[in-house]
Design a protein around this ligand. Sequence first.
Ligand code: SF4
Ligand code: SF4
Length: 441
Amino acid sequence: MENLVQLVRNAGVVGAGGAGFPTYKKIDGKAEIVIANGAECEPLLCKDQMLMQHYAGEVLAGMRHIMTHMGAEKGIVAIKAKNRAAIEALAAHLPEQISIFEMADVYPAGDEYEVVYHSTGRRIPAGGLPLEIGVVVQNIETLLNVRRAAMGMPVTHSIMTVHGHVKHPQTAWFPIGMSYGDVLEAAGGATINDFALIAGGAMMGTVVTDLSTPVTRLSGGFIVMPTDARLTVRKSQTEQAYKRFGKSACDQCSLCTEMCPRYLLGYPIQPHLVMRSLLTTGEMSETLTFWAQACCECNICTLWACPEDLDPRNVCVTTKRDLRKHDKWLPPDQLQNLTKDVHPLKEYRSVPTKRLTRRLGLGKFNADAPLRTDGVEAKSVSIPLQQHIGTPAIPVVQTGDVVQVGDVLAKADEASLSVPVHASISGTVQAVNTAILLGKN
Ligand code: SF4
Ligand code: SF4
């Protein structure tokens, strides 16, 4: 086989579960353990579960490619014990070097730090990388894409769960660049009039009202919610509003810190101290405190812990932004020096996903979102040149060119961190700017 790193780069594989870090860079090294992160924990989203259930062989094959390439002798699939169908499908294909680690149905079980700690007993250094402790963690969809890359197949589709107030909740492969509006129509449309989409999950996702938003390699799904639902409203607050409320109403009870999963793992994160920093600033001023730096933005503090309905999570997010802007970001070794032992009550403070789902107002949506197997067609797609961390891809097509599914539309910038972009439908190039617009002939 051609070098895996080059194949994975040529296919445009990026971390499908996070910020889109190019996978070719992540696997370019040595590791002891490769972990497949199947601990999907966003309420209602189930695309990883569907992948493990229906594509178990390919997922495990992708994992073996990486293990062989990185010299890892051990592989672990971390998955919630409740996903019995997926566990059985994996067990039927399991090679000797790979084991299944069953996790409790709690949130945020899928946080990389949680997955690594529970499945290996090791802790990722604060501000560091899993590779520093010999571990590499891959998202399930990424592993499938690695397998396909090894077979010469580029990333052209993204698997997403569409749930909430939608006629046919489902999980399906959607062409990259298809608009969210078309995705919604493919699922039968919304069942309510005034709605917004919560993209990426109820806990960590964002509110999307622009239905022309395109599917990218990072899209994991969306939940259709009323615009006036508590969850939608809370997630739509402006920075000025959540800072003003935080400044005036935080009583420093510290429940946000006591329930923070990263704090419970011993990392130097204390959201109540970040909230306290609001008291010394104006409502739109920067808050600069390192107690926000280890925040993974899981939203437990805001949507579960805080009795005052404040938003410590977003105050941590903007504080991290401001720390970077003012060059006050603590280097990893200094942050690591502040790390303590795992909290003795950690396991008793886990947040059960079922209760969390009810708290979020999603308890009535207990139906599955089954995998659709008939394939979703798009008449046109708008494929962004940048769907990854690094430098945007460089277009190699022009308006009027006719392309087939899988053709390269834009090549990687070879001199920097970058991956190419491929056609997700066959058709004609209609425009080239920061995205490439393709229409079916
Ligand atoms: S839980 Fe809410 S009220 Fe209590 S310290 Fe945190 S932000 Fe303030
Ligand atoms: S979002 Fe809140 S609970 Fe989650 S890691 Fe950040 S501070 Fe902790």
